[in-house]
Structures are given as C-alpha cells and as structure tokens.
Design a protein around this ligand. Structure first.
Ligand code: ZN
Length: 631
C-alpha cells in the first residue's frame, strides 16, 4: 500500500535545495500510510487451495441503484453442510479495522424453493445460516460510497470495488471456486479487472482470496495497452481527460515495469493491470494486488510533483513480488475476522519504498541528487521522532492497527515502518555489499527470497527470513543488524554504513518557518490537526485540535501537504481553509521563525575510486564484478 503517497512526499525532495529539513518536534506524521495493505493470499498460497474438491460459490451483484450507492448482493451456496458461518471482512486494503458490516442494510436467507431459512447474527460481522443442506441463497444490500484505492464506491459515475469490502463469504467454503456476475450494468459501462472473465460481466476465481485480490473498475474509463519483455500491460484511467496526458503516463509505466522485471529477473504474470484515478479533491495512495494495482493521485499533485506518479507506480508494482508473492508468514493466510498482526511491515512496506527509489533511479525517473536528498530526508524524519528510541521497526509493524488513531501518530509515540524500513533497506543493501566485498546486494536478497519462498509457494518467516537471505547471499553474519536495528532501537551509525560509498551525513542548524501545529493524514482523508505548540500563533488564530485542513494557501490538501508546509518561509502568512463540526472557515496568521535541523548527505573529503565504484553499483542496483577492487 501506499497510503502513503504521503510518505513518499513526506520526503522533502525539493530540487531547489539539496537539503532535507528536519522539524524539531514532529510536526507532521508521515503518513499514516497505510499504504499497502496487502491483503489476500499470495498466488502461491492460492495454488495450494484445494478448490477443485469443493463445490462452487456464486455471487451476483446488481448495479441497479447507483443513486443510493446500494449494491444488491446475492450469494448462492451449493448443497452440502446444513450450517454455514458467513463472514464479512472487518479489514481490507488498509491495516485498520473498518467493520464493513456497518454498511450492510439488511440480510436474509432462503432455500432453493424460496422458503426463508434461519439466519442468526453471531458477532458484528458474522452470521450463521441453518437448514442449508440442499443449498441456500443469501441476499443483502450494502452501501458503497468510499472512493479511493482502499474503498468501495458505486455511483452514477462508476463502480470501483475492493470486493472484500462488499462480499461476505461462507467460512467453510473460502477455498471453494468462485463465480461473480454483475447485473444491471449501465449499457455504456465496461469492466476492467485482472480476473479472468467467463463471459460478459461474469468472472471466475479459484477461491475467495483470489477473488478479492482483484479490484474492479466498472464505468467509462480510457485504456491504453502495451507489450514489454513478453508481458502484456493494461493502463486504465478513470478521470477527467483534461487532468492527465496518457501519452506522458504510459511511457513512465513502461520504464518502471522494464526496470523492475529486469532487477528481479522475473515476470510472474502474463498480463498486469494498472487502474488509475486522478481525483480533484483530497485523496491519494495506492493498493497492490497480485496481478493489478489501484492508484489515486490528486490532480494538483500529478500536475506539480514530477515524481509522484512514478513513485507510487513503482511502489505498487514492486509489491507484486514483495508482500504479494514474497509473503510474510504472519500474513498467511490473511485473517479477515480480526486484526492480522505482523512484525514484517518494515520489510514488506518499508523496503518496498527502498526498492521503489532504486527502480526510479534505474528507469531514469530519479537522479542522484534528488535521491540523496530523499534519503537524507528519510533519515531526518526518523531522527526527529523521539519514538525512534523506544519503538522498534518490528513493534511499529505490530502497531499498524493503531494508525487510525491520531494520538498514536504523534512523533513521541510512534515511528513509521515505511520510514524506518526504507532506511533499513538502504543500510542492509550497503552492509550486504560490504559483507560480500561488492559481489552481492539487496537485489540478490530479493532474488533469493523470490526463488526460495515465492516460487516454492512458501511464506518467509518474517525478519528471520530476511536475515537468512542476507546471510546466504553475502556469506556474512547479519544477526547484529537485525538485533540492533530491526528488533532493537539502537541508534543507527549512519556514517559507518555510508562510508563505503564515499558519503557522510551532515547535520546543521537553519532557520525555517514555524507552523506551530502538528497535523496527520490518515489514509486518503484530509490532514487532521493533532496538536498545537504551546502559545502558538496557530492557536491564537483559532486553529484547534481535530480541525480538518481542506486547503493550504488556496490549494487543496493532498498527499503532499507536508511538503507544502515545509516550503513556507518565516514572515509569510499562512491561509488555511478548515472544517470543524461540518462548517468551513478560513484562518490566517503570520509564520514565526525557528531554529531547525537540516540533514544532508555529502561526499567525504576524499572519495576513493573504490568508493566511487561502490556508489555507482549501489545507485544502479547492480553488483560489482567479483574481481573489481573493493573498499
Ligand atoms: Zn506499499
């Protein structure tokens, strides 16, 4: 996921200054990014499902009522057991309990002859149907109007559906084959999904997890396809054609898939689908799936941030390996009935950020100065959060389920597993290169995990699996790295890692604008004020904790709101449009100045040829030949 488009932008990556600013006290939580909720079972695990022996389950979803955003779902259960528990997932697409049953209007059950069957509620998201030995039909209506890659929305404009948010499943038949049919589809609407279609508007999947791993876009989208390296790629965009240029987007996508399949030396699919929305309002993020991704980029971000589209596209595409196929044991299979705890998000999300940048570098979509600025920004982001001394990368992964609560997001309470995982990925890469004298790298760690877990249909044992891969490809011991920096909270000695590529970290103080408040952004909602500095001008101007920030200086807030605030100058007047208790109001005040810390990555006084060679290999994602000189 990338709820975190935000995270991506939390990096202060202004090309004008090769310096990353670090805020003194945790101003903005980096995104709460829940980016990737990687739900679903990996393709590998899917293959193991014994669907052939179980009779199939059929879903029919009627699109007859777009005005009320109501989906009418019919679930046909085959003859077999007398009783079935029916579960509607409590979470999907974000590591947050969202209780989709809140949107269920009514449910009823009947037998094949149309007679009602007993249906009992077992808990807020689970029902039991009895007397279903000859088969049963469950019917319900569910409201769907949550836009974005983590939601389900049915409106007069389109339907975008994460199916786990609208389809309940018979618990005993989760591994059975599935059929899905849409009825009452408006005549000019088409369907885009990665699932195979049996016939028009009818689709099949080997089991429930495969079914819900494929989002649906149904409407009047535009599509551009291309072939690359033997794979077929579909780029589907549902947005106002005035807001984007397909001729610019498609070559970027092509460069990313070329870089990624080459870096992994693998292409575990024939066809892959990119689904894009470019909303004008708040919103942004991406959600990975095994054979597709759904991505939202706010139109102003798309227009003003040259890296945003490539960043989120590379992130979600790389997830098709890391998290979907290279899958942590703790998420296998996904438990839809409650929180699914995992220690591995620092790797599955954070190191996906690491590789996202590597792929953009290799694709020519990011250059070295921008990359080093980003990396310094990520280091600064971690250093300025006091919680980095208390909460480990593994603990932050376990605590992902708290990210929907604002108090959890303040810098003294939590770090981001995207952020720490990102820098750990870089440091692990440099350490593997060191340990192997340049002959192995993070690329080989991923290739080894792909061959030894993903391609064998096995999940990896969380952090231990990553350590084992690093030790195998480097022939060096990595217990220290995982004890100190993954499971532990020791300060990371940046310069020790960076020396091999001729860099060191510089911290210096600077004068910047003091917004005087903290804001956090959860998923794709507008940023929320989570705290005010003592005696802050923001408070005197009328800003209060809990206010939603809709606009900053006339621009709709989106995933890049932190960067917008970071670019303010002392003495400048900040205009906010906020919403409180359903009412909108304008607030403005003049920014004070404050002393701040800047982080920058600089060349060592003298960079040796060996360090130069190592840096070149690092930034190109390649290993050095075994006989090349090494530092
Ligand atoms: Zn992600």
């Amino acid at each position: 996921m990338s709820p975190h488009l935000e995270l991506l932008h939390s990096r202060v990556a202004s090309p004008r200054r090769q310096i990353a600013t670090v805020y003194p006290f945790a101003l903005f939580v980096p995104a709460i990014c829940v980016l990737t909720v990687c739900l679903g079972t990996s393709p590998v695990v899917r293959a193991a499902a014994n669907s052939a022996e179980l009779p199939g389950v059929r879903y029919t979803v009627s699109l007859a009522d777009p005005q009320k955003h109501l989906l009418r779902v019919t679930l046909d259960i085959p003859a077999g057991a007398a009783d079935h528990d029916l579960q509607l997932p409590v979470w999907n697409a974000l590591y947050q309990i969202r209780d989709f049953s809140q949107y269920v209007e009514w449910v009823r059950a009947k037998d094949r002859t149309g007679h009602p069957l007993p249906l009992h509620l077992l808990d807020k998201s689970r029902w039991k149907v009895s007397g279903a030995g000859d088969g049963a039909q469950i019917e319900y209506e569910i409201f769907a109007d949550n836009p974005g890659p983590y939601g389900a929305q049915f409106s007069a404009q389109h339907a975008f559906l994460n199916l786990a948010e609208v389809l309940m499943y018979p618990v005993d038949l989760r591994a059975a084959s599935m059929q899905l049919r849409f009825t009452n589809v408006p005549p000019n609407w088409r369907v885009a999904t990665a699932l195979p279609g049996a016939r028009e508007n009818q689709f099949t999947a080997g089991n429930y997890d495969l079914l819900v791993d494929a989002p649906f876009e149904i409407g009047t989208f535009r599509e551009r396809d291309f072939d690359q390296g033997g794979g077929h790629y579909r780029v589907v965009v549902d947005a106002d054609p005035a807001d984007y240029n397909m001729d610019k987007l498609v070559p970027t996508v092509r460069r990313i898939v070329t870089a990624a399949t080459s870096w992994m030396n693998d292409r575990p699919f024939d066809t892959y689908l990119f689904l894009y929305h470019f909303p004008r309002g708040p919103g942004g993020g991406g959600m990975e799936h095994s054979y597709s991704t759904a991505i939202d980029v706010n139109t102003s971000v798309l227009a003003n941030d040259e890296h945003a589209f490539a960043d989120v596209t590379a992130h979600e595409f790389f997830h098709l390996w890391n998290v979907k196929r290279i899958r942590p044991q703790s998420l296998t299979p996904a438990d839809y009935s409650k929180e699914n705890y995992t220690t591995a998000l620092w790797f599955s999300e954070g190191v996906t950020n690491t590789v996202q940048d590597y792929l953009c570098l290799q694709a020519g979509l990011l250059d070295e100065p921008h990359y080093l600025t980003r990396l310094a920004g990520e280091i600064g982001e971690l250093e300025r959060r006091p919680a980095h001394r208390m909460q480990s990368a593994e603990e932050a992964s376990l605590d992902a389920w708290l990210e929907k609560y604002s108090p959890y997001l303040v810098p003294a309470r939590s770090i981001s597993y995207y952020n720490k995982g990102d820098v750990l990925g870089v440091m692990l890469d440099l350490a593997v290169r060191d340990g192997s004298h340049g002959t192995a790298s993070l690329r080989d760690v991923f290739r080894w995990m792909n061959q030894n877990y993903a391609q064998k249909g096995r999940p990896f044992p969380d952090s231990d699996g990553v350590r084992q891969a690093a030790e195998t490809v480097s022939h060096a011991n990595f217990a220290w790295f995982f004890q100190k920096y993954v499971a532990g909270t020791e300060e990371i000695p940046w310069d020790d890692f960076l020396k091999s590529v001729g860099l060191h970290l510089l911290r210096q103080s600077t004068i910047t604008a003091e917004p005087g408040f903290w804001a956090v952004r959860n998923s794709d909602a507008p940023p929320l004020v989570s705290g005010l500095a003592q005696d802050s001008d923001a408070g005197f101007a009328g800003l209060a904790v809990g206010d939603s920030i809709l606009e900053i200086n006339g621009r709709v807030t989106s995933s890049d709101f932190r960067q917008q605030l970071a670019e303010l100058q002392p003495g400048e007047t900040l205009h906010l449009l906020i919403r409180r208790d359903g009412r909108e109001r304008q607030i403005a005040w003049k920014m004070r100045s404050r002393e701040d810390l800047e982080f920058e990555l600089k060349d060592l006084d003298s960079v040796t040829p060996q360090q130069k060679a190592r840096r070149a290999a690092w930034l190109s994602g390649q290993d050095q030949a075994p006989d090349e000189p090494h530092p």
